[in-house]
Design a protein around this ligand. Structure first.
Ligand code: GLY
Length: 395
């Protein structure tokens, strides 16, 4: 990995501080509009509109509030108190949502409840956050199929056309590990481990590109076939899917301690890095590169950087330094060319991301193309925090 991008600059410590200060200020400025409401998943014309707490992405906004709170508190800034109050109001909403089961019939309980409620519990000891996150972990267990040993992503549980996992789900599993630790009940962890094993065995192809989604036979549980939803075509590598794979492998290793996931991480990361364009921020599918008239997905660069920084903790000092340098190079490009620097231009943090780009060969809706999105903003801040200090994961 050492020689990759030898000519590229690294984000400096000063730039990290400047970026974090701007992000925390931007988040605080958004509080009047987004304390009792949530950010929509993606911006429109680079501005987010408020929504109710009823979509799979709302935890990323609360996560930005907690990251801003952590930073402001450490800096002794007065706004820490305002951010904390907003975070607690949002936790009330997450508790209400899981108690009333509003739009929770899917696997994204980790994306929703880790950066919001687990974070609030870890940072300020929120009892409501703890309660909500355990209920969310219970909800996630209901997506488990013993036949096939995986957590089903979307849709009713009894239809063959839904009998699949998706690579993104690796980020939902830390919630289950956390719930086992908190409650002493091993069931959450056992389910997470089964899913990780099934996912790692099937979503990663021989060349270490990844399937977005993978189907199983509903009668026998046998692996059936891979397919895309949000990538360009079935056999291509959706950029964010590959990035979920990088972070997912790091988390899989952190929680299972299975050594083989380290080499899988190296290979999945290498595939991603070797398919980046000149400025190190991927197009929405790794099939595309410089010269293609296609939108970027800046969020994939932030997710990949977080994954490399997580994995670096478990590697030799020499290898860890290489991954930290790579993450700093991705962050440098995001900071220089993609990050919002003027709140009049956007109420988000990072431009040029892609949620769902419809192609002739995929099955997704067309939305949030070349916009900010809530997880792009969240993971950019998380990556900055990881470089700023020895950060305790919300995941
Ligand atoms: N987890 C869905 C997405 O990355 O768009």
């Amino acid at each position: 990995m050492g020689m990759l991008f030898a000519d590229k600059g690294l984000i400096s410590d000063q730039e990290i501080e400047d970026a974090l200060r701007f992000c925390a200020g931007q988040v605080e400025a958004n509080l009047p509009q987004f304390t009792r409401k949530f950010q929509k998943a993606y911006s429109e014309g680079n501005f987010y509109q408020p929504i109710e707490n009823d979509y799979w992405t709302t935890g990323f906004w609360t996560g930005q509030i907690w990251l801003s709170y952590e930073y402001a508190k450490e800096m002794g800034e007065e706004r820490a108190e305002r951010l904390r109050e907003a975070g607690e109001i949002q936790i009330d909403s997450f508790l209400d949502r899981i108690e009333r089961k509003v739009e929770v019939d899917h696997h994204d309980m980790g994306f929703l409840y880790s950066p919001s409620c687990v974070a609030g519990y870890k940072l300020i000891g929120s009892a409501k956050g703890r309660k909500a996150a355990i209920l969310a972990a219970d909800q996630l267990l209901m997506r488990y199929h013993p036949v096939g040993e995986f957590l089903q992503a979307w849709g009713p549980m009894d239809a063959p056309e839904n009998y699949r996992l998706i690579i993104d789900c690796l980020l939902n599993l830390p919630l289950l590990y956390w719930a086992s630790e908190e409650t002493g009940d091993a069931q959450y962890r056992e389910v997470a481990e089964k899913h990780i094993h099934t996912a790692m065995a099937n979503v990663i192809r021989e060349d270490f590109s990844t399937w977005h989604t993978f189907f199983f036979n509903m009668e026998t549980g046998e692996p059936d076939h891979g397919a895309t939803c949000q990538g360009y075509r079935d056999g291509s590598a959706w950029a964010r899917g590959q990035a979920w794979g990088i972070y997912g492998c790091a988390l899989a290793y952190k929680y299972t301690g299975r050594k083989e996931y380290i080499s899988t991480f190296r290979n999945v990361a290498r595939y991603f890095l070797e398919h980046l364009p000149e400025d190190l921020v991927p197009f929405w599918d790794l099939e595309f590169t410089d010269g293609d008239a296609q939108p970027r997905d800046s969020s994939a660069a932030s997710v990949a950087a977080c994954g490399m920084l997580e994995m670096a903790k478990y590697l030799s000092a020499e290898e860890a330094k290489e991954y930290e340098a790579l993450a700093r190079k991705l962050l440098k490009s995001l900071y220089d060319n993609y990050a919002v620097k003027d709140s009049k231009a956007s109420n988000g943090l990072v431009l040029h991301s892609t949620y769902s780009n419809h192609s002739p060969y995929n099955t997704c809706d067309h939305k949030g193309v070349d916009e900010c999105n809530s997880w792009g903003d969240y993971f950019y801040m998380e990556a900055l925090m990881r470089l700023h200090k020895d950060w305790e994961l919300y995941w």
